[in-house]
Every structure is written in C-alpha cells, then in structure tokens.
Design a protein around this ligand. Structure first.
Ligand code: PMP
Length: 305
C-alpha cells in the first residue's frame, strides 16, 4: 500500500504518497488508540461524490470524543480535505481512509503529551468481499471469539483497538476457507461481522440486532431508509446464530462491503443458497442511491468538485 503514486492529506498538507511516513515510536502503533473512518466516493450521475460525508465525519469526531482525543481540525476542514484528496488524485470511484492518531512525542500508556495527527488517503477499492460475493453471496463462520463487551472498547467508536478483535474473527474464518467471520456478543447473541453489520430476512420482514455491541453503521442506517421506501418492515431485536441458520435470506452491510448477501453460515445453507429477492431489491436500491440514480437521495452525496 505504501508504494503507490498519489497524494495523501497529512496534517493539513498534501504529501506525496511514498513520503507520508510516521516514526516507529508512534504512540498509536504501540497502544492501539487511533480512530478512523472508511468512506466511499462513487462516480455518480452528478459527478464523483462522497457518500454520506457528513455522517462519516460526525462519527469520526464522536469516536475521538469517546476516547478523549482532541482532533486539531474542524469537521468542515476535514470534510473539505476528504473532497480534496479525491480531486487531487483524479479518482472517480474510491475508498477514503481518514485516520486520527497519536504521534511519537512520548511513550507510556497515557497519550497526554502526544500530538494528534490526521491523515486522509484515498485509493480505488472494488467489492470488498468480491464481485461474486455481491452477486451470489458469501460464506461466513461464527467466530469463537466474542465481540467486545460494551464496557470494553465501546462500540460507538470506530477505533483501531476494536479491529484486533475483528482480525481474530476474520483470520479464524478465512483460514478455514470462509469469506468472513461473524461475532457474537459476550451473552452469545449476534453482534456483527468483522467489518460489517448484519441483517436477516424472514417471511418478508427484515431483522437486525439492536445497536449494543455493533458499530452504528452508516450503511446499516441507510438500509433502514431504503426498506422504509420499499415498504419492507424492519425490526431491531436480539438475534441468535440459529436465527440466521433458518432465515430466508441474510446480508452484511458496510461501506467496504456495501450490501453483500450471505449464502451460508457455519455450513448451513441460508434460504436458497444465493442472493435472495429481498436482498436483491435492497442492494439494487442501495446502488441506485450511491451512484446518484435516485434524486431523492442526492443530499447523501457530496460532489468533490
Ligand atoms: N461494523 C464494523 C466492525 C465495521 O468495521 C464496519 C465498517 N465501518 C461496519 C460495521 C459498517 O459500518 P459502515 O456502514 O458505517 O461502514
């Protein structure tokens, strides 16, 4: 990743990609506290535009607040910086990664005295769980590791720390030949994927876990608007892994994963074993919105020019 052409916004300046470096004694590298976002820009009918830029930027600042990290920029500055990064790299569709972290000014658990740095990179990134996954669904394995309890790393924050737990789940699943891991909470109820929220469909109704140990996903929220438009009822409730086994359909949502059908969990085929009709409807509506084909949702798109 470090060896590419392009520019990265780093502490207020555009820096050549290969020179956007940090010292090995960076506090966040040792103690794991960095807050970040995953954002996408799409080539849309109204030009290249960032999907739900404000919501992602708000969440970045909320993550920082939860961890008492003072971001030395305003939301407006970082929204403009995200637009600039897409523009200067001449990207039509891309993924953006804003990151706020503590620098190398000091060691020791307390970050007080370390400077908060902000970097924003953008690069083309296709379907996170594969084009075939988007069309035909992916195979998922329930992790033997639990999602953090709400009083461990705090799920409202999108913080690097949480992703050590996600990596355990993802590696366990992928090394066993699955595409992604599903995490249960410490009480055994369904939380979320390693990097995605989850929905199931049963008898025409959509269910998703209440927001307890899962990230407050921006795609997750967007899907609820889509379901309202499509007249599909949504219920937030506790789900168990066997609720998913016997669902008619299941799918993951996320900025990277977009709307990805799940065709199998723990070797139980879900529904017909491919993308189901309700998932397909929601997925189609989602791609219409992000690609600017639905004027009702143009306010979710911020053009970069
Ligand atoms: N849960 C986790 C753990 C994630 O990493 C992500 C991706 N950011 C999501 C859910 C989905 O969130 P969003 O739709 O905001 O990308």
């Amino acid at each position: 990743m470090a060896d590419r052409d392009g520019q990265i916004w780093y502490d207020g300046k555009l820096v050549p990609w290969r020179e956007a470096n940090t010292h090995v004694l960076t506090h966040s590298l040792h103690y794991g506290l960095a807050v970040f976002e995953g954002v996408r820009a799409y080539k849309t009918a109204i030009g290249t535009a960032i999907f739900r830029l404000k919501e992602h930027t708000d969440r970045l600042f909320n993550s920082a607040k939860i961890y008492m990290m003072d971001v030395p920029y305003t939301k407006e500055q970082l929204m403009e910086a995200q637009r600039e990064v897409v523009r200067v790299n001449n990207l039509e569709s891309c993924y953006l990664r804003p990151l706020a972290f503590y620098g190398s000014e000091k060691m020791g658990v307390s970050p007080i005295g370390a400077k908060v740095h902000v970097a924003i990179a953008a690069w083309p990134w296709g379907a996170y769980l594969g084009e075939d996954g988007l069309k035909n669904g992916i195979r998922v394995k329930t992790s033997s590791f639990a999602r953090h309890h709400v009083n461990v790393t705090m799920a409202r924050a999108k913080v690097a720390t949480t992703y050590a737990n996600s990596i355990l789940a993802n590696l366990e699943a992928t090394k066993d030949g699955y595409d992604e891991g599903l995490l249960l909470d410490t009480d055994g109820f369904v939380a979320e994927g390693a990097g995605e929220n989850i929905y199931i469909v049963r008898e025409g109704k959509v269910y998703t876990p209440e927001l307890t140990t899962a990230l407050d996903g921006i795609t997750w929220r967007s899907v609820q608007h889509i379901c309202a438009d499509l007249g599909i009822p949504v219920e937030k409730t506790r789900l168990t892994r066997d609720d998913i086994y016997i669902a008619d359909e299941a799918f993951f949502t996320g900025t990277a994963a977009e709307v990805t059908p799940i065709r199998e969990l723990d070797r139980r085929v879900i529904g017909s074993g491919t993308r189901g009709p309700v998932t397909e409807k929601i997925q189609t509506a989602f791609f219409d919105i992000v690609n600017g084909r639905n004027a009702k949702y143009h306010h979710w798109l911020t053009p970069v020019k």
